[in-house]
Ligand binder design. Structure first.
Ligand code: NAD
Length: 488
């Protein structure tokens, strides 16, 4: 198994060790053993990064020199592009990505999104004319200008770390902000590589900083509390998101939150290619560790038994097709950590206690080495009030729920604290569109429509968060609007 290069801090233009040389092990999900070492930042390191980012924003031309920013962000893209193998290595060894998954969300889709940001950047509206209006005996010429919000702290999760890091860092830099990237403790290398490459490209000191830390909360809490940080862009769990909003209130932080999900896919009785539609609903890609995965499958009651039979067959056929590190066709590997494994296993036990019927999987897979492997698992006879239907499991566990009619499907889909993604399948496009419009989520896919890409906005309703990442909207999250009126 590859041993990753050391993940170092990048502060004020310098790639370096943590104060006092403290490090921590990166635990590989495939083996449960160390695959590398990361710098373990101290409070003094965080302080240095905040000071550097503040200084770079306030005292350099970074926020106004658009040509410099576009040039450097493009060069950063090019360097990542030339190092896709390293990104792939990191995704596999740190996040536990299977080889077949790397090409999708982990590296290639993230690079596509990176390219999209650069391509659509010229669409950002920097000035808007509101025209002349008389008041108090004078005419007033009004225009709005957009300006970078300031110092951004980007706090990111482990599941698709490169994708989320790009989503925040590339957009914030293009917008003219300076950035402190804080990756999750499980995936520090995928953050550190941003620092390494920025240093190679001679980014101005302080414009981008990367801090890795074993303690999941220490760095983030400092960033959230510090008045010199203007905006927190956070992707992670709903619980931590709430805490960030609460703690950020003291300094009235701008907060942007991408949180959890429990998205529903609604399969109507007339769905075209019903067999394929159901079989492809297996929650196996990256072991179900995706925020917008469709983890509740809603099937019309007239075809529910048929759907359960299809799923039984599909899961049985899949049983030998996952969990090999070197197999390019595999899209599912282990879950990320022992902690996550314990959490997912406890939900599988809970599902059985709640009276759902286990139709596939249900056990830890012990035949694949020492890593954190869980069998692809599916529950039928699930009602939407069960905890396995309400709570985000973030593992390879699908729940299948019957519905009576379209109204009932919409009611069940919306009977959730979350509202991130979802889908509907029907031969009747009008009917599908009516349902898509009424499900309260940030994205909806009709008949498999691709609702996630770098040039379109992504984000959540309700407990799935606030604000939008990707697309022009994703860049504009990092801008303030200033209205200037001139008395004529
Ligand atoms: P997490 O909330 O535990 O951690 C996310 C990040 O926050 C990590 O970098 C962590 O170190 C940091 N953090 C932890 N405690 C903190 C605190 N008190 N203050 C500031 N920062 C803190 O989430 P996770 O376990 O890393 O990731 C899984 C979760 O992320 C899932 O709930 C998933 O749905 C969500 N997620 C959402 C999206 C999305 O776009 N909506 C994308 C990926 C993951």
């Amino acid at each position: 198994m590859t041993v990753l290069p050391d993940a170092k801090l990048y502060i004020d233009g310098v790639v370096r060790d943590a104060e006092g040389g403290k490090t921590f092990d990166i635990i590989g999900p495939w083996t449960g053993a160390s695959v590398g070492v990361a710098a373990d930042a101290s409070a003094a390191d965080v302080e240095a990064a905040i000071a550097a980012a503040r200084r770079a924003f306030d005292h350099t031309d970074w926020s106004t020199n658009t040509a410099l920013r576009v040039d450097l962000v493009q060069k950063l893209y090019d360097l990542f592009d030339a190092n896709r193998d390293r990104l792939s290595d990191l995704a596999r060894n740190e996040a536990g990505a299977a080889m077949g998954a790397v090409g999708r969300a982990h590296v290639d889709m993230a690079m596509d999104g990176f390219a999209d940001y650069i391509r659509i950047f010229p669409k950002v509206e920097w000035e808007k004319d509101y025209g002349v209006r008389p008041a108090f005996g004078f005419d007033h010429d009004r225009k709005a200008v957009r300006e970078a919000v300031g110092v951004v702290a980007a706090i990111t999760p482990w599941n698709v770390p490169f994708y989320v890091n790009v989503g925040k860092v590339a957009a914030a830099l293009l917008a003219g902000c300076t950035v402190i990237l804080k990756p999750a403790p499980n995936t520090p290398g995928m953050g550190a590589i941003f620092g390494e490459f920025a240093a190679q490209l001679s980014f101005p000191a302080g414009v981008l900083n990367v801090i890795t830390s074993e303690d999941p909360a220490l760095v983030g809490e400092m960033l959230v509390a510090d008045p010199r940080v203007d905006l927190i862009s956070f992707t992670g769990s709903t619980g931590v998101g709430k805490r960030i909003m609460e703690k950020g209130a003291a300094t009235l932080k701008r907060v942007f939150l991408e949180l959890g999900g429990k998205s529903a896919k609604i399969v109507l009785e007339d769905a075209p290619n019903f067999q394929m539609e159901i079989a492809s609903s297996m929650l196996v890609f990256h072991a179900g560790q995706g925020c917008a995965v469709q983890s509740r499958l809603l099937v019309h009651k007239s075809r529910y038994a048929e759907a359960v039979a299809i799923l039984k067959g599909a899961y049985a056929a899949f049983s030998e097709k996952w969990g090999a590190f070197d197999e390019p066709t595999h899209i599912m590997g282990p879950v990320v950590s022992q902690r996550q494994k314990d959490r997912v296993m406890s939900y599988i036990e809970l599902g059985q206690q709640e009276g759902a019927t286990l139709i596939a999987g249900g056990k830890a897979a012990t035949d694949k080495g020492g890593g954190f492997f869980i069998e692809p698992t599916c529950f039928a006879d699930v009602t939407n009030d069960m905890r396995i239907a309400q709570e985000e499991i973030f593992g390879p566990v699908l729940v299948v729920i019957p519905f009576e009619d379209d109204e009932d499907a919409i009611r069940i889909a919306n009977d959730s604290a979350y509202g991130l993604g979802g889908g509907v399948a029907s031969a009747d496009l009008d009917r599908a569109m009516k349902i898509a419009r009424r499900v309260r989520t940030g994205t909806m896919s009709v008949n498999g429509g691709m609702s996630i890409a770098g040039d379109i906005p992504f984000g959540g309703y309700k407990a799935s968060g606030m604000g939008r990442e990707w697309g022009v909207e994703g860049i504009e999250e990092f801008l303030e609007t200033k209205l200037i009126a001139v008395r004529l």
